[in-house]
Design a protein around this ligand. Sequence first.
Ligand code: SAM
Length: 461
Amino acid sequence: MSSKRSWLTAVFAVCAVVLSAAGGVRYVSYGEARPTVDALRDVLPADLQGKTGAPLEAAWSTWVAAHDRDIRARLAAGDEDTIVNWLLLGTSFTQQPRAFIDVPASRPQELSNVIGARAHDLVSALGAAGADERRLFARAFFQKKGYRLESAAERTRLEQYLLTAVVRVNAEQARFADALQTLRRLGDQSEAFAERSKLFRDRGLSLDTSIQPSFALEQSLRELQTRGLLAPGSVHDVAVIGPGLDFSDKNSGFDFYPQQTLQPFALIDSLLRLGLTEKLDAFTLTTIDLSPRVNDHLTRARQKAAAGSPYTIRIPLDRSVSWTPEFLSFWNTLGTRVGADSAAAVTGLPSGVQARLLKIAPAVVSRLNVDDLNVVVQQFANRKFDLVVATNVFVYYDVFDQALALANVGSMLRPGGFLLSNNALIELPSSRMRSVGYLTTSYSNRPDDGDHVVWYRRTAN
Ligand SMILES: C[S@@+](CC[C@H](N)C(=O)[O-])C[C@H]1O[C@@H](n2cnc3c(N)ncnc32)[C@H](O)[C@@H]1O
C-alpha cells in the first residue's frame, strides 16, 4: 500500500470512530448489566451460566456482541413470515380470494387449492419484469437463499419451498392460538398477560405494523394527562422503539399502497393534539430499530423531506369490522396536526375498504433522528428522552432479554420519564423503572381486539 493510501485509510478509520461516538450507540457494559444478571441467575443464557466474578465479566463482552448478532439474524426469519403472509392475503399479484379470510379453514380442500394457486401467482409475479418494491424485496430475499426464477423448473422449486413455509407458519400460528387459549383459561389475568408478553420469543423478528397500537398509545397519553402524570407542554424528546414497516397488513393483507411506517408520525400528532408537546421547533423524535429495512425507509423519508417532499401515508379502514366509535374517531383525525389529507383518491382499494391519503409535512419528517440500536444489548451513551414508546417489540424476547431491555430504556429516560409498552416486563428491585398504571383499549367488538398499555416510569435517581 502506498504511504498516501495508508494515510487516507488512517484518516477514514479515525473518522469512523468519531462518527460512531457521535451516534453514541454502544453495548451495555457488564457493570451496567450486573444488577440484572445478579437478579436473574437462574435464567441466564448458557454462555453466562455458572460463572461469577472476573470469568463472568470476561464472558460478558463476548456474549453481548454474539447476542446482538443472533438477535439481528432473526430478522431474516421474520422477513420470510412476512412474505408468507403476503402470499396468503395480498391482492396485488393475484385474483384469488384471500386465504383464511375469504376462504376459511373450515373449507380445507378449497383453502388448499387457493393457497396453491396463490403460490403459483406469486412466483409468476416475482419472475415477471417490474419494479414493484414488494416484488423486488421478495425476489432478492429468495435469490439470497439460492432460488432462481428463470426456468419453469426453478419456479416450481420456489413454489414448493413457499408451500412448506406456509405449513411452517400455520403450525406456528396454531401453537400461538393454543398457547393463547391456555392463557385465557388461567385464573390470574396478570400472569396471563405476562406470559402473552413473551409469546413470540422464539419467532423471527417481524416488522408488521398498523395504526391500532398508536390509538392505544394516544388513549394512554390522554389518561396520563388527566391524572396529572404528564403536564401540558412537558414532552420535548421522544423515542419510538421499533416503528416497524407496513408491508402487508397481517390482519387483512392490504398491499394496495407502498410500504409505509406510521407510529412516529401518529405519536407526534397525538402529542400535539393533546398539548403535551407545544412547539415542534423544540421537539425531537428519535426512531430506534435494528432493521436495516426500517432504518433505510425512514432515512430516505428524511432525505426527501429535506428536499421539500412530504411523506405520504395511506390509512386503511376495513368496513367489515365493527370498530369502536373512539377508534373510528381516531382514524378520522389521525395526522391532522402533522399533515393534511390529499384531495387525490386512494387507488386500488379492495371492496369494503376505505382509506385516507395523508401527506405528512416535510418540516415534521425532518425532525426524525433515525438510529440503529438493539434495545436488548445497546444503549445511547448520552441521549435522554421524556417519553419512549415500544409496542409489539418486547414480545419477541424472553425474560432475561426483556429485563436487559427495560434497564436500557431506563438509561435513556430522564428521571420521571415514561416508557409506554403493550407488554408486561419484569420489574427487578434494582431497576430504575416502575409500572405506575395501565390502560386497556379496545379497537373493535372482535374478541381480544385491543391492547393493555403499561406505563413504566423512571424513578427519580
Ligand atoms: C412487530 S414490529 C412493531 C411495529 C410497531 N411498533 C407496532 O406496534 O405496530 C416490531 C419492530 O421492532 C423492531 N425490533 C425488534 N427487536 C428490536 C430490538 N431488539 N431493538 C430495536 N428494535 C427492535 C423490529 O425491527 C420492528 O420494527
